[in-house]
Design a protein around this ligand. Sequence first.
Ligand SMILES: *Cc1c(COP(=O)(O)O)cnc(C)c1O
Length: 411
Amino acid sequence: MPNFSVKDSVFEAAAERFGTPLYLYDERGIRAAARALNAAFAWNRGFREYYAVKALPNPAVLRILMEEGCGLDCSSQVELLLAQKVGAGGSDIMFSANAMPPSELGLARAMGALVNLDDRSDVDTLTGFGVPEVVSLRVNPGGKGGNQFMGGGLDAKFGWMPSQLEDGLLVLKAAGALRFGLHAMTASNTLQEEYFAGNAAMLLHLGLELERKTGLALDFVNLSGGLGIPYRPEEKTNDLALAGELVRREYRKALGERDDVRVFTELGRLLTGPSGFLLSRVLHLKRTYRDYAGLDASAANLLRPAMYGAYHHATVAGRRDAPHDHVYDLTGPLCENNDKFAVQRPLPELRLGDLVVLHDAGAHAHAMGYQYNGRLRCAEALHTTGGGFRLIRRNETPEDYFATLVEGETE
Ligand SMILES: *Cc1c(COP(=O)(O)O)cnc(C)c1O
């Protein structure tokens, strides 16, 4: 079930103050999720969550997560610069390469980040910048499983085949590496707590084998992201304590008394997803073959429904419990028929000016925004633990849109 802990009066007040469309993030919910995760893995001495920056790349939110002890998982130059901006450095940063421009791997190295290599060519690139004592390799265990986002199967673009890892590690060892970590992400948005345990068992098994073969020490296993959230009312919330306990059992099975292997995660969606809301007002009501409600937000603000057919729960502020006896397509103004937040969705009867709350918009939401049709990315605000509001990103303006154009004579 989506997160209903933020009151409609809070949504109304934020929309009144900052206008719509608006992303609102709930600091209390974000902190609670980070604490629950840290508690679930407290049994592991070196446990650390590296929040996947791509999910919600706003410095205000990244600072909150760092205060809760999280590091940051980055995958681009700009994400590294964001990490730098919020004071992260060295082992606070995990940098995952994939078809990575060499200069970005160089920047990650210069910042002292842990680097997670995606293939053999990254080894050569890294060697050029100097190989650190601890290196990480991303594994694709193959087989079937995985999904359209993360693959984790034969068609996944990410990671090394297990049989390729030994050679890669030996090259890294010759270049100065002493310890290694293994990383895998073979699912996205799963609601099965066992996923992390299965991933841990696979990585630990492989890690111990590679330790024997290469003489390098296994330093960590990175379970990455992929534990998901209940977007739909009938879905259940992942039980983090259970997920942590299931990993602990696999850890004991593989390592016995040994406790020097650190466990890392890189959750994005699970930490911030349920604490983000896209607020939008009904600007048009139209009745043709169906009933349409046109909102002031569009797929350019929240792409997931248009791109993946993803479900986002919608409520109407002040009428959450009213009878849902009307059926609407909730649309945006883009000239694309997939610009719909909901299709044939039961809702209370809508009126012009109603505030529609799109739930679970705290991850892979504002971050995937774009400017198609000259629609501009909207503001983001934080609902603080103290109950106040803070603007953490302003609306884009036409000036922002025009700023990158180059005009002048053709040479
Ligand atoms: C996207 C991503 C994550 C986070 O995924 P979630 O589904 O948000 O948990 C973690 N690690 C890597 C390498 C990723 O690409």
